[in-house]
Design a protein around this ligand. Structure first.
Ligand SMILES: Cc1cc2nc3c(=O)[nH]c(=O)nc-3n(C[C@H](O)[C@H](O)[C@H](O)COP(=O)(O)OP(=O)(O)OC[C@H]3O[C@@H](n4cnc5c(N)ncnc54)[C@H](O)[C@@H]3O)c2cc1C
Length: 440
């Protein structure tokens, strides 16, 4: 049986970052990745005549971890041009105007909803600093919105805006999750929105993921889904689907939260961890790229909160075509291969566009993700986050889904990879000293 210091399961940004940190500190590290590629829920691939990001894309300087990594490898950010036009619909009525008009309409309701962001999250990267967070963690975003004194137009727009941010339905969406995002953007919802969809990584997410991997001496093994993990007091034993076995001194489980329970882990993780993984999170929506005929104005469009696609943004504007990036709250409502259906959906949002081609990936049907970006349900923050971060014997969970700051983003994945690798390294160094009889 092969032995190593650390096995990392999952080569997304969390796993890659942890592997770089540990291998640079001299620990033998093996990454086992189920897919035939690295970078997990980010995936730059050629479609519609250009390289498109099918998953995670946007980054910002308010996100310290990813911004530092880009700086470290000399990778720049690309800015998007300003929007000039907007389409939106309220109570089934189509409206259009300058993009600033839509932002103005969203301003007062978001200000009201998020006014207490910094009160509850004075230190966003320590999200449980204010114990009062526990009192509001059971509140759904729907309930928080219903408490506001809003016109029907404002209420519908605000709900659609947050269904976009959650990439999911608002039923059990935690109000604290919305507050956390806003607090991480220093209490400004406009800065929060800019953070989410304005600046991209030059050369794409793949370039950053490859830079992190190349900076590490960890061994990467692709197409190696891990099926079982056994741990005893001193070692952890990992088995892959094709029967390979590796024994390690420490293990990092850097897989999406929604897939943790797919691996047979013995002794079982705590009931609280398993329940949190089973419930997972609300991010189960769609992202679709649509190429339409003609050079269009740079526009955004917002539809009803439960429309198959409730947000469209003109992303690439060429001479004879425009490529749109679109999001919807339910992956099941969007067939990423059905051009005719995409035309029908788009017609209900923006008049007069002719769909040429579409591209996308269903991350919810994908066994290696079963979800998109992590947007938590009520109770997750106060009941599950610390428990998921707590080591269980020689096993630690890592990943954006359980990050402290920008959880759900590439930034959160890197944050978590750094934090978990630090604690693994500390543990290994303490064990080595103890083995040598050096008191720690
Ligand atoms: C559609 C979409 C849009 C997004 N937009 C943005 C955005 O604009 N900006 C942003 O910052 N973030 C965005 N995100 C979120 C961001 O991509 C993720 O939060 C981040 O990439 C997660 O990194 P991770 O390492 O925690 O997990 P992952 O990237 O999911 O990596 C986990 C890895 O584990 C592997 N794995 C799973 N099970 C096993 C197993 N049993 N054995 C071995 N390997 C296994 C998976 O294949 C995967 O490679 C988006 C995500 C999606 C899906």
């Amino acid at each position: 049986m092969e032995t190593t210091d650390v096995v990392i399961i999952g080569a997304g940004f969390a796993g890659l970052t942890a592997a770089r940190e540990l291998s640079r500190r001299g620990f033998n590290t093996i990454i086992l990745e189920a897919r035939d590629r690295i970078a997990g829920r980010t995936h730059l691939e050629e479609h519609l005549g250009r390289n498109l990001e099918l998953g995670g894309t946007w980054v910002h300087w308010t996100q310290p971890y990813v911004w530092t990594e880009m700086g470290r490898y000399g990778i720049a950010a690309i800015a998007a041009p300003e929007f000039t036009k907007a389409y939106w619909s309220v109570e089934g009525q189509h409206r259009s105007g300058h993009a600033d008009e839509l932002m103005d309409l969203l301003d007062a309701p978001n200000q009201a909803l998020l006014a207490d962001a910094r009160k509850y999250f004075p230190l966003p990267w320590s999200p449980l600093t204010n114990s009062e967070v526990t009192d509001i963690d059971g509140l759904t975003l729907s309930e928080a919105i219903d408490r506001l004194d809003l016109s029907e137009d404002q209420r519908q727009l605000l709900r659609s805006f947050w269904a976009l941010n959650f990439n999911g339905l608002l039923d059990q969406a935690a109000y604290t999750q919305a507050l956390r995002w806003c607090a991480a953007a220093s209490g400004s919802w406009q800065l929060m929105f800019e953070t989410c969809a304005t600046f991209k990584i030059e050369g794409g997410t793949r370039r950053l993921a490859e830079a992190i991997l190349e900076d590490s001496t960890a061994q990467l093994r692709l197409k190696q889904p891990v099926v079982s993990i056994r741990q005893d007091a001193e070692r952890v034993h990992v088995q892959t689907a094709d029967g390979q076995e590796i024994t390690a001194r420490q293990l990092i489980l850097a897989v999406p939260l929604a897939t943790v329970n797919d691996i047979d882990i013995q002794p079982q993780l705590s009931a609280a961890k398993r329940e949190a993984a089973c419930r997972s999170h609300a991010g189960r929506g769609a992202k679709l790229w649509i190429k339409v005929k003609g050079r269009q104005e740079r526009f955004v469009a917002m539809g009803a909160e439960d429309a198959p696609l409730n947000f469209v943004q003109a992303e690439y504007i060429d001479e004879d075509s425009t490529t749109l990036v679109c999001f919807g709250p339910q992956a099941a409502a969007v067939d990423v291969t059905d051009r005719a259906a995409a035309q029908q959906i788009l017609d209900s949002l923006v008049p007069g566009l002719e769909v040429l081609e579409i591209a996308g990936h269903n991350w919810v049907d994908d066994e290696q993700s079963r979800s998109t970006w992590a947007m938590h349900y009520t109770g997750f923050l106060s009941e599950s986050l610390a428990e998921l971060q707590r080591p269980e014997g020689l096993i630690r969970i890592a990943g954006s889904d359980i990050a402290n700051g920008w959880g759900g983003f590439i930034d959160g994945a890197i944050e978590s990879g750094i934090a978990v690798s630090r604690s693994v390294a500390q543990q290994l160094e303490e064990t080595e000293k103890a083995d040598l009889g050096i008191s720690v």
